[in-house]
Write a protein that binds this ligand. Structure first.
Ligand code: SAH
Length: 451
């Protein structure tokens, strides 16, 4: 599998280049623009809701062709494994504390690359044409004479409910579904009374910040206070969790659970079909929903002379929707005590580094391999093979230092070994110190298997 190299475009370079492009665009004849269009390609690609396996084949193929990939906020960086190793990857969302790029700036960057003869994939979360500004970007590119290929993605409004067993239509409950944004206020406010009158399932995007107001409007519009509701946060991702309640208790329940963005809200009879939290993989019931702040231990395996940037890119992929702020410990094998890239990465993010000997690592590996948790599958044992150091190190790093006998204590892996640019990363947490209930990333291993 070819892998992408993440790169950030220096803002000054973009501005300079954009100015040049603008100047060229105003002076070059239409015939030249047409020739450029024929030579280059532009795609608007839906990356789906998060789980890499929910991306379409067509999306992965287009991604594999692109010279430049512009990535939005909600895209799981793991999908960049389908990009070319030499692809130029630019994050234009707010991930990692970078400010988001204004829409006009994104289009300018795309045009800059396209006019320079580079093919550009614009990667968006879910579907590019569902609350994704894909329509606006298509218009802007078409106005500049560029043909755009649109590749659908699975939108969160269908994937998130499905992830907890909710079909958005069902003959016994709803004859249709309405996708609506909860973001608008004032003149942008949807007509909730009209929507209630449709008796269809309401699937609300971007509704968490105004949830209380939305619930109030629905009750005022006469929707039954006992209507089943669901909110699903970070659907299809390792950190997925959800809350279920009747309409009149919904805002309070969601608030108590601490659910936030990104989340999809489902209102209507179909929400009663949600699987109970206890039996669904990668979800938490309300009673166990807690923040994972500063509880993660990130185990790293890397070759000599791996750069801090390579380690950072791999850790970012493994973290998914978590941030560097959630990391308590970086853990690796003691050979890495002088590994410049690793040390620089830790100091850059002010992260504590714990190093473990081969003997300690083997103890944990053997312990997990020979004494698997009840119900563990052979996949788990294979996955915790003796070759890797990242998983045992992640477990050791999550354990309190005083737990000498049983070194890992209550630590458990929450993200299985991922490989990005030759760096292996696994993430563990200590359940005694965290209510986090994250399932293994992109894996068919139930979280119960790893506890
Ligand atoms: N184009 C995207 C939607 C972008 S709008 C799509 O088709 O899915 C952003 C909103 O989408 C978020 O505020 C949230 O409501 C929803 N969303 C996107 N990804 C999500 C996910 N993995 N889990 C839950 N909601 C998600």
């Amino acid at each position: 599998m070819r892998r992408a190299t993440a790169a950030f475009v220096h803002r000054a370079t973009v501005h300079r280049a954009t100015a040049v492009v603008n100047a060229v665009a105003t002076t070059v004849a239409t015939a030249v623009t047409t020739a450029v269009t024929r030579m280059t390609r532009a795609w608007l690609i839906g990356a789906g809701p998060g789980d890499v396996e929910l991306m379409t084949l067509k999306a992965t193929r287009a991604l594999a062709e692109a010279d430049v990939v512009l990535v939005d906020d909600l895209v799981n960086p793991d999908v960049l494994q389908f990009a070319r190793a030499d692809a130029h990857v630019v994050y234009v969302g707010k991930r990692g504390g970078h400010p988001s790029t204004p829409q006009a700036g994104i289009v300018a960057q795309m045009l800059e690359h396209l006019h320079a003869g580079r093919s550009v994939a614009r990667l968006k979360g879910g579907d590019p044409f569902v609350f994704g500004r894909g329509g606006e970007e298509q218009q802007a590119l078409q106005a500049a004479g560029i043909d755009v290929t649109v590749i659908n993605g699975i939108t969160a409004g269908i994937a998130a409910p499905a992830a907890i067993g909710i079909p958005v239509t069902h003959r016994d409950h709803a004859q249709g579904v309405v996708f609506v944004t909860g973001h608008g206020a004032g003149s942008g406010e949807p007509d909730w009374t009209a929507l209630v009158a449709t008796r269809m399932t309401l699937v609300i995007y971007m509704g968490m910040r105004r949830l209380q107001e939305i619930v109030g409007a629905l009750l005022a519009a006469g929707l039954d206070p006992a209507t089943p509701c669901a909110a699903i946060e970070s659907a299809t991702r390792p950190a997925q969790r959800h809350a279920l309640a009747r309409l009149d208790e919904f805002a309070g329940t969601v608030g108590k659970a601490g659910l936030g963005s990104p989340a999809i809200v489902v209102i209507g009879g179909v929400a009663s079909l949600a699987v109970p939290a206890a039996s669904s993989t990668s979800t938490t019931g309300l009673s166990t929903a807690h923040s994972t702040a500063k509880t993660l231990s990130v185990g790293i395996g890397c070759r000599s002379h791996t750069s801090a940037a390579q380690i950072e890119a791999a850790v970012r992929v493994a973290l998914g929707t978590h941030g560097f702020d959630d990391i308590a410990t970086i853990a690796s094998i003691d050979h890495k005590a002088d590994e410049a890239g690793l040390l620089e990465f830790c100091s850059r993010h002010a992260l504590r580094l714990r190093l473990f000997s081969r003997a300690e690592i083997d103890t944990v590996t053997a312990q997990v391999a020979t004494e698997p948790a009840p119900g563990a599958t052979s996949a788990v044992r294979a996955h915790l093979g003796v070759d890797g150091v990242c998983e045992p190190c992640a477990l050791l790093g999550a354990a309190p230092e005083y737990e000498a006998g049983d070194r890992t204590g209550t630590a458990r892996l929450i993200v299985r070994k991922t490989v990005h640019g030759g760096v292996t990363v696994a993430i563990a947490t200590n359940s005694a110190h965290s209510g986090s209930n994250i399932a293994s990333n992109n894996s068919n291993i139930d979280r119960q298997d790893l506890s």
